[in-house]
Design a protein around this ligand. Structure first.
Ligand code: UGA
Length: 466
């Protein structure tokens, strides 16, 4: 199949590389000349596992890059639209890029094309795309618009794409639905897995072959917003439960295990912490609320998800204040800048939000992140320096703060950390350590939804052991 993908952001670039991996001929279009030049040179603009390998394998072969949308459209039978839909001040998505692309596609038609929404868009967008294309002169018979939402997570985007929980195709025309099914056939029929076993390792629990869900375009649009809102709801729910745990000295990790093992609830996305961030959940929950309102339903539950999420960052700051008594002039080692582990993305990162608040309280910050430092440097100003590793960050700091769930942060040499810190205090916004471990190490340990490990009790338990 000949495919054009418009937009080389997270979704567009990963989709382009993965479609090429499935055997399709792909042209990835972007109007940013610098980005295109870097892609052509062989660079990978984002930190994403397996993406460099896929780009290296297909670049210049089945995967081409182009600045010309009309040429790409003319050379393809399917056009995936994966341009940005950033939030406007009102919370709803700015669809002007989608509209501009729809107009340009309409002007470039040279036969029947399927236009596929891959960006996260509100319900009714497929209708608007159709309308704009017709207003621009495209004949109804020359195109169909399909919604094919993407559920990939940053950090595991390639695996998520190639080993999806499900593929949703929202099409109101049989012809377009057929074409989309053909594109994904290597995954839904399982031929890709048989032929490429081991190239991209199968993640645990992968569903093979991939499940296909065929819906109307509007249902598919709603599936995307509702999925993200529900995942955000799970996170805010467990964070609210964590706050109750703190009030009664219960342990949120035990509670999450107890509720998550109910298969109707599920264990995933029940990790309490400083809340969700990133380019999707904050934007999509707000956009979904806005869309629902426009359609006549208020949906206040969505506002509560956002409120709990914001509160989590404030509660964390309060913990830092409680542990350190005064903040002014304190030196803090901060582990994590990215909004989650495994990515260099800092958009809507709770870590950056917390760092900014600490800087405004006149703390000095020494931060370490395995991938996001360069990006953070461009946006954070103030008394902040960057370390080469967690241990360098800890030297002489009054406390160590863990703000991102990078795997490596859960495997620190704690004795070494303790010897480097001025005060043996670890404040963990991601619950990466067990209380028992920290007690054994003799650290004052503050986490989320669990009782603080005090120094006194750790000494007492050490004495008891002796
Ligand atoms: C999310 C969804 O998981 C994807 O399915 C979706 O395709 C994507 O948004 C999107 O719409 O493009 P992503 O933002 O990459 O993916 O990251 P997640 O792994 O979902 O994490 C989002 C945030 O929630 C992070 O800040 C993470 O630290 C936080 N989180 C996640 C928790 O605080 N607790 C959890 O239990 C899980």
């Amino acid at each position: 199949m000949k495919i054009a993908v418009v937009g080389s952001g997270y979704v567009g670039l990963v989709a382009s590389a993965c479609f090429a991996e499935l055997g399709h001929e792909v042209i990835c279009v972007d109007n940013d000349p610098e980005k295109l030049a870097a892609l052509v040179r062989g660079e990978t603009p984002i930190h994403e596992q397996y993406l460099p390998e896929l780009l290296a394998r297909h670049r210049g072969q089945r995967l081409k890059f182009s600045a010309s949308l009309p040429e790409a459209v003319r050379a393809s039978s399917v056009v995936f639209v994966a341009v940005g839909t950033p939030p406007r001040e009102t919370g709803d998505a700015d669809l002007s890029y989608v509209e501009a692309v729809a107009r340009e596609i309409a002007q470039s038609l040279n036969g029947y094309k399927v236009v596929v929404e891959k960006s996260t868009v509100p319900v009714y967008t497929s209708e608007w795309i159709r309308r704009v294309m017709q207003l621009t002169g495209a004949k109804a018979a020359d195109f169909d618009v399909v919604s094919n939402p993407e559920f990939l997570r940053e950090g595991t985007a390639v695996s998520d794409f190639l080993y999806p929980d499900r593929i949703v195709i929202g099409a109101d025309s049989e012809r377009a639905a057929q074409i989309l099914q053909e594109i994904y056939a290597p995954l839904t029929k399982g031929t890709y897995y048989a032929r490429s076993a081991g190239v991209i390792p199968e993640p645990p629990g992968a569903k093979i072959p991939a499940q296909l869900i065929l819906t109307s375009a509007k249902s598919a649009e709603l599936i995307k917003h509702a999925s993200n809102a529900f995942l955000a709801l799970k996170i805010s729910f467990i964070n609210a439960v964590a706050n109750v745990c703190e009030a009664v000295d219960a342990d949120v990790e035990q509670v999450a295990l107890g509720i998550g093992t109910d298969s109707r609830i599920g264990k995933r996305f029940l990790r309490a912490g400083i809340g969700y961030g990133g380019s999707c959940f904050p934007k999509d929950v707000a956009a979904f609320r806005s869309v629902a309102r426009e359609c006549g339903y208020d949906f206040p539950m969505l506002q509560e998800i956002i409120r709990v999420n914001d509160e989590q960052r404030k509660r964390f700051l309060k913990k830092v204040r409680t542990a350190l008594w005064t903040l002014r002039g304190k030196r803090l080692a901060v582990l994590g800048l990215a909004y989650k582990g495994g990515t260099d993305d800092i958009r809507e990162s709770p870590a950056l939000d917390i760092i900014r608040s600490l800087l405004s309280e006149q703390c000095s910050v020494v931060a370490y992140d395995p991938a996001a430092t360069e990006r953070a440097q461009q946006v954070i100003t103030g008394d902040i320096t960057y370390a080469e590793d967690p241990y360098q960050a800890a030297v002489g700091a009054d406390a160590l703060l863990i703000l991102t769930d990078w795997e490596g942060f859960a495997a620190l040499d704690l004795a070494r950390i303790k010897s480097l810190l001025r005060y043996p205090i670890v404040i963990d916004g991601r619950n990466l350590y067990s209380r028992e471990t920290m007690q054994k190490e003799g650290l004052l340990y503050v986490s989320v939804g669990r009782a603080t490990v005090e120094l006194e009790s750790s000494r007492a338990s050490a004495l008891a052991k002796e």
